[in-house]
Ligand binder design. Structure first.
Ligand code: FSO
Ligand code: SF4
Length: 522
């Protein structure tokens, strides 16, 4: 196997024996093959005008791409079924046995392509592929809420078809990558419309960080629609629902918050799940990534749904959560109350722009000097304390906008207020980078300048491919001087990095003291 798509890749170069994430060589090979048949299907569809393409094909491609995102689908049986479905739709014959599929996978994987095309071209092809994977994840959530975009679907097919043809022209690959940024903006807007249209715009409010006595279900991942269905199915059962990881922003949505048994938030970011799930005395539902190898102590009360799967873990198909509810009723539940305090959520673009007069007044009076977006995806790397220390060290007249599971690095510090404004504005999930974009665009309009002329810095943490989608979206909007860490992607070769530096002045995060000095010198 060879995989270098995420930040925790082995030795910073690539996982070759087994994934640091726990992905087996067989699952890695099947994911490579799944991507390859998705490209074949896209190539076939690209020959047909978009209006005449069978309705379910984009959804199939989207599901295939999402299945290959880091920490989503580790189940070889499910991967093989998906490969065969896509191959059928693509009219492509495949070996009938698993060994044959594995052998085929070796021919289409990254290592084989690197031997032919070299590191730079393969790296650029993968950069585009990972942007498409991130888009697919967000598009999937939007689609489940009834929101789709022909522009997004068509671009995915066009880009995958180019990859299927083995596009090696660096100029064309760069062009597709930057256009992937344009499609990424569209998909972030799509999911924002889906979430706020279905559950109401985010509104500020406090979330209990802890638990109360009673039976309990913990919901992790990103899919607000699954959480909503579970809230409805547990209404009146006495079971309390807790959010975990990227579900924390669910408390900001009126249509979710109105369920009084949405009792609080339990735990931190995804990578602490083995420790946290172990101590949770109820059922646990993973709605999307990021799943880790389940510990025996909770494997029998862990459930997956949607695109996420782990071999041997019960998978809920559709949204009938009766098995999850039964497991919660069987488990002891909490017998006490505990709390580490409250966290303010809900500063999506509707809420922040609703305070536009206050924000603009605070800038004009000098009470607010600068904005920083600090967030993205969290991971286990010890270098990630950078984000904690940087945020804590910023001057008191800086407002910090945060989002994604990277926000957990910032919690536990009292940032205080500037007048009526909290200094830490939690904008939501990683896809709510769209809110940061909207706020920046609105400020640029008020002050009659470009986004890059605003007193604004972006300091992002990345982990997996949704972060690539968000980064490409920001680059498409012309945002310069973005700091990325804790390390740069292995698939971005020095030559490709130079292009990003020349065009956008993308830079790696440095030391906290040096970066604080550089950020505050401006
Ligand atoms: Fe995090 Fe995981 Fe939301 Fe990612 S929970 S790491 S980029 O899946 O998506 O921020
Ligand atoms: Fe390694 Fe990340 Fe790929 Fe998993 S997803 S195999 S950790 S590079």
């Amino acid at each position: 196997m060879f995989c270098y798509q995420c930040e925790q890749t082995a030795r910073g170069t690539g996982c070759t024996e087994i994934g640091v994430c726990g992905k087996s060589p067989d699952a890695a090979g099947l994911q490579d093959l799944l991507l390859d048949v998705a490209k074949s299907l896209a190539l076939r569809l690209s020959a047909v005008p978009s209006a005449q393409r069978p309705a379910d094909r984009s959804e199939m491609i989207e599901a295939a791409l999402f299945a290959t995102v880091t920490n989503v689908n580790f189940d070889t049986t499910r991967l093989e079924m998906q490969i065969r479905d896509l191959a059928d739709a693509a009219g492509r014959g495949l070996p009938s046995d698993s060994a044959g599929l594995n052998a085929l996978a070796d021919l289409v994987g990254i290592a084989a392509r690197r031997r032919v095309d070299g590191d730079d071209i393969t790296g650029l092809q993968e950069l585009l592929t990972y942007g498409l994977k991130g888009m697919a994840a967000y598009a999937h959530h939007a689609r489940r809420l009834g929101h789709t975009s022909a522009a997004v679907d068509d671009f995915t097919i066009e880009a995958l078809a180019a990859l299927a043809r083995g596009e090696t022209d660096i100029g064309r690959l760069l062009d597709l990558t930057l256009r992937c940024g344009e499609a990424s903006v569209a998909v972030l807007a799509l999911l924002d419309a889906a979430n706020t249209g279905t559950f109401g715009p985010q509104t500020p409010g406090a979330v209990r960080m802890g638990h109360v006595p009673g039976k309990a279900i913990l919901v992790s991942g990103h899919d607000l629609g699954d959480l909503k269905a579970l809230l409805e199915q547990t209404e009146g059962t006495g079971i309390n629902i807790y959010t975990h990881g990227e579900m924390l922003p669910a408390h900001a949505y009126p249509e979710l918050r109105r369920h009084t048994h949405l009792a609080g938030h339990f735990g931190g970011a995804w990578m602490w799940q083995r420790r946290e799930f172990d101590t949770f005395p109820g059922a646990i539902l993973m709605t999307t990534n990021c799943i880790q190898r389940p510990a025996d102590s909770y494997a029998d009360r862990l459930f997956t749904c949607g695109p996420v799967a782990w071999p041997g873990i019960a998978h809920v198909s559709g949204q009938d959560f009766s098995a999850v509810i039964a497991a919660a009723l069987e488990a002891p539940g909490f017998t006490d109350s505990a709390s580490t305090g409250e966290h303010q959520v809900g500063f999506g673009h509707h809420a922040v722009l609703g305070l536009a007069d206050t924000v603009v007044g605070a800038i004009k009076s000098g009470a607010v000097k600068h904005f920083a977006v600090i967030g993205g995806c969290d991971g286990t790397d010890t270098g990630r304390s950078y984000y904690t220390d940087l945020a804590a060290g910023l001057p008191q007249d800086w407002i910090i906008m945060t989002l994604g599971c990277g926000k957990f690095r910032l919690l536990g510090h009292d940032y205080g207020q500037i007048g009526p404004l909290p200094r830490l504005l939690d904008m939501g999930q990683c896809n709510d980078a769209f809110s940061a974009i909207k706020v920046a665009q609105a400020l640029a309009e008020v002050f009659g300048c470009g986004i890059n002329d605003l007193p604004l810095n972006l300091i992002l943490s990345w982990y997996e491919q949704k972060a690539v989608c968000v980064l490409l979206a920001l680059l498409h909007l012309g945002v310069r001087n973005i700091r990325i860490g804790p390390s740069l992607p292995a698939f971005v070769t020095p030559a490709v990095l130079q292009v990003l530096v020349d065009k956008f002045n993308v830079m790696p995060v440095g030391g906290v003291a040096d970066d604080l000095k550089a950020l505050t010198a401006a």
